[in-house]
Design a protein. Structure first.
Length: 173
């Protein structure tokens, strides 16, 4: 006996249609494109970092520090999964380049706040990102609002999954 697709509840029919639309081939192409994007991003950030006199990792950690405006070494360690010793080395290198400074709290001089020196960072990094920002702005404005929402949804949810995966991997130390 063959069941008619039309007798399925509407929500189930929608789900089945969605599954059929996402064929194995589509999923394979999407994953391949996503991997190529990830690889290109890593290689580009490595090249930018080299031009700036940084390692790729230091470049990305500097961006993270810049986003937070000020954070403790412990907070940076928690965010990145780096050991406190590795954070100290990172801060030493970036401080030597005058890209951040250490501030000691009045309440407890042992507590160090890491503060990015935004003007110095922008002076170093802005010329390296100028062309990229122009081209990506042109690309983004070529999409409709609906398309941008879909892309943003994917990146937001994929970022959440990657953060959860990173947290799980780091908690197994």
């Amino acid at each position: 006996m063959v069941l008619s697709f039309k007798i399925l509840p509407l929500w189930l029919r929608y789900l089945v249609e969605k599954i059929i639309m996402i064929s194995e081939n589509s999923l394979k192409r999407f994953r391949e494109t996503s991997r190529m994007y990830s690889d290109a991003s890593i290689f580009m950030h490595e090249a930018i970092a080299r031009k700036a006199g940084l390692t790729g990792a230091d470049h990305k950690y500097l961006g993270l520090i810049l986003q937070h405006k000020a954070l403790t070494a412990g907070e940076l360690s928690s965010l990145t999964g780096l050991t406190t010793g590795a954070v100290t080395g990172l801060v030493d290198r970036l401080e030597k380049m005058q890209l951040l400074k250490r501030q000691y709290t009045k309440e407890d001089r042992r507590k160090v706040i890491i503060v990015p020196l935004e003007a110095n960072i922008m002076k170093l990094m802005q010329p390296l990102f100028q062309e990229l920002q122009q081209k990506t702005t042109e690309l983004i404005t070529s999409f409709s609002e609906a398309e941008i929402n879909i892309i943003e949804k994917y990146f937001s949810q994929a970022t959440k999954i990657m953060k959860e995966t990173t947290q799980n991997l780091n908690s197994d130390k």
